[in-house]
Write a protein that binds this ligand. Sequence first.
Ligand SMILES: Cc1cc2nc3c(=O)[nH]c(=O)nc-3n(C[C@H](O)[C@H](O)[C@H](O)COP(=O)(O)O)c2cc1C
Length: 222
Amino acid sequence: MPVTAADIIAAANFRHACKVYDPARRISEDDFQTLLQSAVLAPSSFGLEPWRLLVIERPALRQRIAEQAWGAGAKATECSHVVAFIAQLEPLLSPDSGLPQRIFRERQRVEGEALERRCQHFEHFAKSDFALVGHSRAFYDWACKQSYIAMANMLSTAAWLGIDSTPIEGFDLESMNAHLAREVPYNPEHYKLAVMVCFGYRLNEPRPKTRRTLEEAVQRVV
Ligand SMILES: Cc1cc2nc3c(=O)[nH]c(=O)nc-3n(C[C@H](O)[C@H](O)[C@H](O)COP(=O)(O)O)c2cc1C
């Protein structure tokens, strides 16, 4: 069935940062798989997909997130699913680490001279164009950008499925990351928390959207 412009705008309006979830409603496994697929299908710079997606099911950890992340609060225990993106760090992403080359070769199946060229492009990009190498925060932020694209795909997909969502950045990054790294666990030298998201079903209708007009937001360059 073709999608109309009205459908697209309706889904964009349906999506809002849900504040209170209905604790009685759970997302079906099929719908949740679709959300996960939409994250994995997101674009990423050089196709490196420099993040992992944690599905936080452990009740004690969700409780801790509710207590520690002021932007989550009760949402973390009352929503259906909580996910967290952890972004790769410089020791994994550096052109010298061997991982980008392995991804180009094994996952993207690039071979021979094309592989050589791709590696050189990435090295130039990381060392010069975006000046990431030697700046661990810049590498982390770059990996976070890729995580946020995947998160945005999930938020839009959720809206299409009639599922509500809340992106969560409201936490002390260092202490939340330290806690997750210990509990999950993951190597904090290789990964750092980027952003979390709650998914589920709203209890209340949201306030009407407040946004700039298109004229305010968009500049045509002719
Ligand atoms: C990266 C990001 C982080 C956010 N963090 C939080 C958060 O911690 N808690 C929260 O309730 N809303 C959070 N929000 C929701 C925004 O406040 C919300 O998207 C914005 O006010 C626009 O409202 P709308 O999404 O309902 O249209 C976040 C949004 C984004 C994109």
